[in-house]
Write a protein that binds this ligand. Structure first.
Ligand code: ADP
Length: 545
C-alpha cells in the first residue's frame, strides 16, 4: 500500500524559505578588517535572490559547478544558498592546499565560475592560467577587485547590483547534486565527495537534533571550522534552518579576535578543531577572560585531548566531542552521555572524551582489518570503523578509489576504533597513523592525549619511524608551553608517561619543537612530521638509549 504523503523534495530551498519567512529579523554578523558587517535574514534572502539572478546572467545552469574560495563570511553564506537553490553545484575550495592539489580539484570538478575573497586572490593566483574550465572569477570584496592574473574578474557587489530581490526558485530533484567537497588530501590525492539536496537536508535535521549539536533559534553560532572544509560541519545550514544568529569570523581566527566576537555577540555554540581550542584556552588562562555566554564548544576533526576538555571545564566551558569525515557530510558520531551513564564526574568525562554514539541516521559496524569479519562491541577489540546512512557517501566523484566502499554499501572510514557495549566509538588512530611496533599496534592518539596531559606541554604529536628490529617505533614531537620553553627534559616527559602507558609504548625519542606543523584544516601534519622524524635530531635533543 502506498502512503498518502507527498514526494515533497528535500532541498536546501526549504531552509532559505524558513529563515527568511519565519526569522526575518534575526542577524548574521561578520567580522571585518575594521569593525563588523551585520544584516538580517530578510536582507540575506534578498541578496541570495539577487545572486541567483547574477548566476543566471553569467550563464550558470543546473549542474554547473560554481567554486568558492572564501572564509566564513556573509557573502560565502549567500553562495551556500544561491548556488544549490538554483540547481547549480557549490564547490568549496580550500585555499590552504598545495597549488598542485588546488589545480587538480578545480579541473577535476570542471568549475565554471570561481568566487574568491579579495584576501584569497593571491592564494588562488598561484594557479592562474591553469583552470581552463573557469570562464569568470568574481571577487568577494567591497571595492573593485585587486589587480591579479585571475581574469576576467568582476566584483560581487556589481553582480548583485540592481537585480530583483526575489527569485522563482526552480523545482529541484532532491537526489541532484547540491554541493561538492574534496578530502583535503591528507591521505593522498584529493577525492571529490558530492552531496545531494536530500543528503544535505537530512544531515541538517540530524545535526540539529538535541542529541547531536542541537542548535536552536535561541543560539548564536560561531563556526570557526572553515566553510571551505567539510561544509563547516553543516552548521551554516543548521543555523539558517533554525533561525539562529550567526557570528562569522571571516579570516580573523586568532584567540583575541574570537573572544571579542564571542563576547560582543553572545555566542552560545562554537565549533572548531582542537588546535583552535588549545590556543583559545591558553589565551583565556593568560588573560583571565571568561566566556559566560557559551554553552557548548563543539570539537572535532581530530581527537579531543583530555587536558583540553579539563582546562576548558575549569573555564566553565563544556566541550562536545564529534567525529566525522568529508565523506560523512560530515557528522558521524557525537559524544553525548546517556542518562544511564556518567553517574560520577570521572565517568562522565570518560564517556565524553570518546568520539561518541553514531548520530541518528548513521549506522556503524566494527570490522577486522585482517579478515573483514564483524568484531564484537566490547570496548577492547580494535578494528576498522565502517559506516553507512543517507548522508554517508557510497562513492567518490568520477569513481576514484572504489576500494574505500564495500560491496554491501558501507564506507571504510580508515579509522581504527573500539566500540563499547553501549555503542560509544573510540578512535585509536587512522590506519596509516598507527605505529606498528613488533607486530603490535601503538595508538598515536592515546600517546598524544597522555603527553598533552603534562602540565608543561602545549601540543604533542606522535609518529612511527622505521626500526630495524621492531618495524616501527614511536617518536614524539612536543611543544612546551611558552613559559617552559627550554625548561622541560625528555626524562621528565618519559617519567610522566611511564605510569600511564605500557613500557613498549614509550616513545624512543622526544623532540622539542616550537610548533607542530598543521595541515590545511588545522590538524597535526603527520605526513610532514614523519619526514622530519627520519632526519637526524637537531642539537639539544637526545635520543633515548
Ligand atoms: P582529511 O581526510 O583530509 O583529514 P577529513 O576532515 O574528512 O579530512 O578527515 C576525517 C578524519 O579526521 C577522520 O577519518 C578521522 O581520522 C579524523 N577525525 C575527525 N574527527 C575526529 C575526532 N573527533 N577524533 C579523532 N579523529 C577525528
Amino acid at each position: 500500500m502506498r502512503s498518502t504523503m507527498p514526494d515533497y523534495p528535500l532541498t536546501i530551498q526549504h531552509f532559505l524559505w524558513r529563515s527568511t519567512t519565519l526569522f526575518p529579523g534575526k542577524e548574521i554578523v561578520t567580522r571585518r578588517e575594521q569593525g563588523y558587517h551585520r544584516y538580517t535574514y530578510r536582507e540575506f534572502g534578498e541578496r541570495v535572490a539577487q545572486l541567483a539572478h547574477g548566476l543566471r546572467e553569467l550563464g550558470i545552469g543546473p549542474g554547473d559547478r560554481v567554486a568558492t574560495c572564501a572564509w566564513n563570511n556573509y557573502r560565502h553564506l549567500e553562495l551556500y544558498f544561491a548556488v544549490p537553490c538554483t540547481g547549480a553545484v557549490l564547490h568549496t575550495l580550500n585555499p590552504r592546499l598545495f597549488p598542485e592539489h588546488l589545480e587538480f580539484i578545480v579541473n577535476d570538478a570542471e568549475d565554471r565560475l570561481v568566487f574568491v575573497d579579495a584576501s584569497l586572490v593571491p592564494a588562488l593566483a598561484r594557479i592562474a592560467g591553469k583552470m581552463p574550465s573557469v570562464r569568470q572569477f568574481v571577487c568577494l570584496s567591497d571595492g573593485p577587485p585587486p589587480e591579479s592574473p585571475l581574469t576576467p574578474m568582476l566584483s560581487y557587489e556589481d553582480l548583485l547590483r540592481d537585480k530583483p530581490k526575489t527569485y522563482e526558485w526552480p523545482v529541484i530533484d532532491e537526489l541532484d547534486a547540491a554541493a561538492m567537497c574534496y578530502t583535503s588530501g591528507t591521505t593522498g590525492k584529493p577525492k571529490g565527495v558530492v552531496y545531494s539536496h536530500r543528503s544535505t537536508f537530512l544531515h541538517t535535521f540530524g545535526a540539529g537534533l538535541s542529541d547531536c549539536i542541537g542548535l536552536t533559534e535561541r543560539d548564536c553560532l560561531l563556526p570557526v571550522v572553515p566553510m571551505f572544509h567539510a561544509m563547516a560541519w553543516g552548521q551554516p545550514y543548521v543555523a539558517t534552518m533554525v533561525g539562529a544568529t550567526q557570528a562569522l569570523p571571516d579570516r580573523f581566527l586568532d584567540p583575541a579576535s574570537l573572544v571579542e566576537l564571542i563576547r560582543q555577540e553572545g555566542v552560545t555554540v562554537a565549533a572548531g578543531v582542537p588546535t583552535v581550542w588549545i590556543a583559545l584556552l591558553q589565551y583565556l588562562e593568560k588573560t583571565g577572560t571568561r566566556l559566560p555566554s557559551v554553552r557548548t564548544v563543539v570539537c572535532g576533526g581530530s581527537a579531543l585531548p583530555p587536558a583540553l576538555m579539563e582546562g576548558m571545564a575549569r573555564q566553565g566551558l563544556r566541550m562536545l566531542h564529534a567525529w566525522g569525515m568529508t565523506e560523512t557530510s560530515p557528522l558521524g558520531s557525537v559524544g553525548v552521555v546517556k542518562s544511564t551513564l556518567g553517574k560520577t564526574q570521572e565517568d562522565e568525562m570518560r564517556v565524553r572524551l570518546k568520539q561518541g554514539l553514531p548520530s541518528a541516521g548513521v549506522e556503524a559496524r566494527l570490522v577486522s582489518l585482517d579478515t573483514g569479519k564483524d568484531l564484537p562491541w566490547d570496548g577492547q577489540t580494535i578494528g576498522e570503523l565502517q559506516v553507512r546512512g543517507p548522508w554517508v557517501a557510497t562513492g567518490y566523484y568520477r569513481g576514484a578509489d572504489p576500494d574505500r566502499f564495500t560491496a554491501d554499501g558501507w564506507l571504510r572510514t580508515g579509522d581504527v576504533v573500539t566500540i563499547d557495549p553501549e555503542g560509544y566509538i573510540q578512535i585509536a588512530d587512522r590506519v596509516k597513523d598507527l605505529v606498528k611496533s613488533g607486530g603490535e599496534w601503538i595508538s598515536s592518539v592515546e600517546l598524544e592525549s597522555a603527553l598533552m596531559g603534562h602540565p608543561k606541554v602545549l601540543e604533542a604529536a606522535v609518529v612511527g619511524v622505521p626500526h630495524p628490529k621492531w618495524q616501527e617505533r614511536p617518536i614524539a614531537f612536543v611543544v612546551p608551553k611558552p613559559d617552559h620553553r627550554g625548561a622541560v627534559t625528555q626524562e621528565e616527559i618519559l617519567g610522566f608517561l611511564r605510569p600511564k602507558v605500557a613500557k613498549w609504548w614509550l616513545p624512543d625519542e622526544i623532540r622539542f619543537i616550537d610548533e607542530i606543523p598543521k595541515t590545511s584544516v588545522g590538524k597535526f601534519d603527520k605526513k610532514l612530521l614523519r619526514e622530519q622524524a627520519v632526519t637526524p635530531a637537531v642539537a639539544g635533543v637526545r635520543p633515548s638509549e
